[in-house]
Design a protein around this ligand. Structure first.
Ligand code: FES
Length: 154
C-alpha cells in the first residue's frame, strides 16, 4: 500500500507551492484522491512526478509537452527508475538547444541593450524560437547584420 500525503506534506517535500500543485492537478499532470472532508490526498509516487515537472520546465519543456511525456509512463503501476530514465533521454538535445539559445543571447546582449528595437526579423532577443537557426549555426541574424549591413559594427 502506497503512502498517502496531504497537500501540506506535498508542499513541504516537493518545495512546490500548493497553488502550483493544484494547477498541475487541474491539467492532469498529477492526481490526488479526496478525503471524506474533500481534502487532497496524494500517493507518494506523485512526488516523483512533481520533481519531473519541475526539472522538465527548467529544461524548457512546456506543460503540454510535459503532459505528453508523462502520458508515456506505464499505467496501473508505480513507474520505475528505467521508466523515468526513458523520458529524460531526449532532454540532452533540449539542453543543447537551450545552451545554443543562451549563447546567441549572450552574443547579442550588449548590442541589444543599446539598440532596443526588438525587431522580429533581426533581434537575437526577439528570436527566442531560433527561427534563424535554420540558416546555420551561430548568431545568424547577427552575422548577417554585421556582414551585410554593417549596422552593428563594434
Ligand atoms: S534590440 Fe535591436 S537587435 Fe536586439
Amino acid at each position: 500500500m502506497e503512502t498517502i500525503l496531504t497537500m501540506q506534506q506535498m508542499v513541504k517535500r516537493s518545495g512546490v507551492e500548493a497553488s502550483a500543485l493544484r494547477y498541475y492537478e487541474s491539467l492532469g499532470l498529477i492526481t490526488a484522491e479526496r478525503s471524506t472532508g474533500g481534502q487532497r490526498r496524494f500517493p507518494r509516487s506523485m512526488l516523483r512526478r512533481v520533481a519531473f515537472i519541475v526539472f522538465a520546465q527548467r529544461v524548457g519543456l512546456s506543460l503540454d509537452e510535459i503532459g505528453r511525456e508523462l502520458a508515456r509512463l506505464p499505467t496501473g503501476r508505480v513507474p520505475k527508475g528505467e521508466d523515468w530514465s526513458r523520458l529524460s533521454a531526449t532532454w540532452v538535445s533540449r539542453i543543447d538547444e537551450r545552451i545554443s539559445e543562451l549563447e546567441r543571447l549572450k552574443a547579442g546582449l550588449d548590442d541589444c541593450i543599446s539598440c532596443g528595437c526588438l525587431s522580429l526579423d533581426q533581434c537575437a532577443l526577439s528570436n527566442p524560437d531560433d527561427r534563424a537557426g535554420r540558416l546555420g549555426p551561430g548568431p545568424r541574424y547577427w552575422l548577417r547584420n554585421r556582414t551585410m549591413s554593417g549596422l552593428r559594427s563594434k
